[in-house]
Design a protein. Structure first.
Length: 318
């Protein structure tokens, strides 16, 4: 389903032209896609927030009322070659804390995002690595349908000026639930203009991010056999936190002084070790930039095994 609130006839014609491609019966392998033009209420304080509510509500309660999960892609995203495979490989985490345990507890994962806010060109290297994070990264995501139908849509901030995604990130809405993200993002935001975007901000924030593109789309990652223990059960809260705790214990501890003063910085860095740096909330912007630069030299928590992959984890240099 494609949802738009556009009123410009020229743009609507372009959207319809693309959608019509997916409606040719001769294209048997393409999904049938239909366009829905949503109408805003009068005096709407935040049209983007309102449109998301209209689109998701229409999708889950009218078009697909029996759907158990759904995926949202914005129109200004470029996709990694295995983005759908990534979503479906981890979808069971939305329904069971440990998918391999029949008596698993209530899930703590409420979304699977294709985007990593810290997925920089110089620091994201392992296409197999996946993390649990607080918040709601967005930019291409999968979620359980019933959480939105029964919990979130009824209290959506329709009459507030706050953005829908910022509202989802509040503690009172998130309720300690987490999202799954990849080490290397499976989406890339190319839109340079918009309500909350301009070219300068886009260049500063997005151009240094990496997009995963596999040079052999037929050779997909088998996440159910990766890791120790193997399978996505390692992303359950208890196992993940135990592994993270052990990694921190076995890492070399560094302090801000080691990073912010070049004469004390380790050279060369031991690439076989992991390092832990505690960053204070009072850290200056200048020092924070030094952490980002050092992240390209120090493994800050990426404990996945690249296994010498030569099947491409290259970033999109756009």
């Amino acid at each position: 389903m494609v949802s738009t609130d556009c009123e410009d006839e020229t743009i609507l014609e372009e959207i319809n032209a693309v959608v019509s491609i997916f409606q040719y019966k001769s294209y048997k392998r393409l999904f049938y896609v239909k366009l829905y033009n949503q109408k805003h209420i009068k005096n709407c304080k935040n049209k983007i927030t309102h449109h998301y509510h209209l689109a998701i509500d229409y999708l889950l309660n009218i078009v697909f009322p029996k759907a158990i999960y759904f995926i949202v892609f914005e129109d200004d995203l470029r996709f990694g070659s295995d983005v759908l495979h990534y979503f479906y490989a981890h979808k069971d985490l939305l329904f069971k804390e440990n998918p391999e345990n029949d008596n698993s507890a209530k899930p703590t994962v409420w979304s699977i995002s294709a985007w990593n806010d810290h997925g920089y060109l110089h620091s994201s290297e392992n296409p197999k690595q996946v993390y649990r994070v607080d918040g709601f990264p967005g930019l291409g995501w999968m979620a359980r349908a019933d959480i939105f139908r029964n919990e979130l849509l009824p209290k959506w901030p329709l009459h507030k000026e706050s953005d829908w995604d910022m509202w989802l990130r509040t503690d009172s809405t998130r309720e300690s639930r987490v999202s799954i993200i990849p080490d290397i993002s499976r989406t890339f935001h190319f839109g340079e203009t918009g309500v909350n975007m301009n070219p300068n901000w886009h260049d500063a924030y997005y151009l240094r991010k990496k997009l995963y593109n596999h040079n052999n789309p037929k050779k997909l990652i088998d996440w159910h056999s990766e890791g120790n223990p193997p399978g996505i059960s390692r992303l359950s809260k208890q196992i993940y936190e135990e592994e993270l705790t052990n990694q921190i214990k076995n890492s070399l501890k560094m302090v801000e002084y080691d990073i912010c003063h070049e004469e004390n910085f380790m050279n060369p860095v031991d690439s076989t070790r992991s390092y832990v740096i505690k960053v204070s909330e009072q850290t200056s912007k200048k020092d924070a930039l030094k952490y980002l630069k050092s992240d390209g030299q120090i493994d800050l928590g990426n404990d996945g095994d690249d296994e010498g992959d030569d099947d491409d984890d290259d970033g999109d240099d756009d």
